[in-house]
Design a protein around this ligand. Structure first.
Ligand SMILES: C[S@@+](CC[C@H](N)C(=O)[O-])C[C@H]1O[C@@H](n2cnc3c(N)ncnc32)[C@H](O)[C@@H]1O
Length: 233
């Protein structure tokens, strides 16, 4: 019988925000995989590092930092083969995912390659969306408001079109796109309703009105929350 593939959400960074279920599954796994930069440590692994045992085999999926699609697809193809071999041999494999696996998670790449062939379970995690809202004290949406989730990587015109219509929005994947997003929000008269959050739930967490955020130093793990009806605090 083949092993089971698990997508394990490990939350936004604070180890206390890992769910009991994710921990239980993680501790029983013979094989643990995780996305990692071309060199250096995996953020998802660092969140649960204290829970890993030397008896567990580890697979670091080293994803290139490029906008080109093909190199990353080749890495996920190879990772799916590696993971598939363990599953064929009857070993369960857990893929650690920052936040929630199905919310912009790289686990989706493996899910699409493996879930039709192997038993698969997804353990949800606390997503950055709710972690940022909680950290900033900014409610996301209430009553019949609509929340629009946007990657800052979209072209300026596309972002502006969506933000123009949005009642409340979360803008992810900010990093080097901060200046572009701030320009748009200023044009739409929304800049003073926007809150900038980086590294939510970590010791390095920073929260400030968008006006004060520095485009030169915004890290990848940052987002903007904006709500038309209410001024963010
Ligand atoms: C590829 S998405 C992954 C989202 C993740 N699966 C989740 O559920 O939150 C990465 C983006 O999530 C946001 N993000 C993730 N963790 C964050 C954190 N601790 N603080 C602020 N933003 C975060 C950032 O906008 C980052 O660019």
């Amino acid at each position: 019988m083949s092993g089971t593939l698990y997508g394990l959400g490990v939350g936004p960074g604070d180890p206390e925000l890992v769910t009991l279920k994710a921990l239980r599954v993680l501790r029983a796994l013979p094989v643990v995989a995780y996305p990692a930069p071309p060199e250096g440590t995996s953020f998802a692994r660092s969140v649960v590092a204290s829970q890993l045992s030397p008896a567990q085999a580890e697979i670091a999926i080293r994803v290139p930092m490029t906008r080109a699609v093909a190199p990353a697809q080749a890495v996920y193809d190879r990772a799916a083969l590696d993971i598939g071999r363990h599953l064929e041999a009857g070993r369960d494999v857990g893929v650690l995912c920052q936040g929630d696996p199905f919310f912009y998670g790289s686990f989706i790449q493996l899910f699409e390659r493996l879930a039709t062939r192997y038993p698969t379970q997804v353990v949800p995690g606390v997503s950055s969306l709710t972690a940022c809202a909680a950290a900033a004290g900014v409610p996301l949406v209430t009553r019949d408001e609509i929340l629009t989730v946007l990657p800052a990587t979209l072209a300026e015109a596309a972002l502006e079109k969506r933000l123009k219509q949005a009642e409340a929005a979360a803008i992810l994947k900010l990093g080097r796109h901060l200046a572009k997003v701030r320009r748009i929000l200023k044009r739409l008269g929304l800049a003073d309703r926007a809150t900038y959050i980086e590294h939510a739930s970590l010791a390095s967490q920073k929260i400030q009105p968008l006006a004060g955020a520095d485009p030169a130093s915004a890290p990848y793990f940052s987002m903007i929350l904006v709500r038309r009806g209410k001024v963010a605090r």
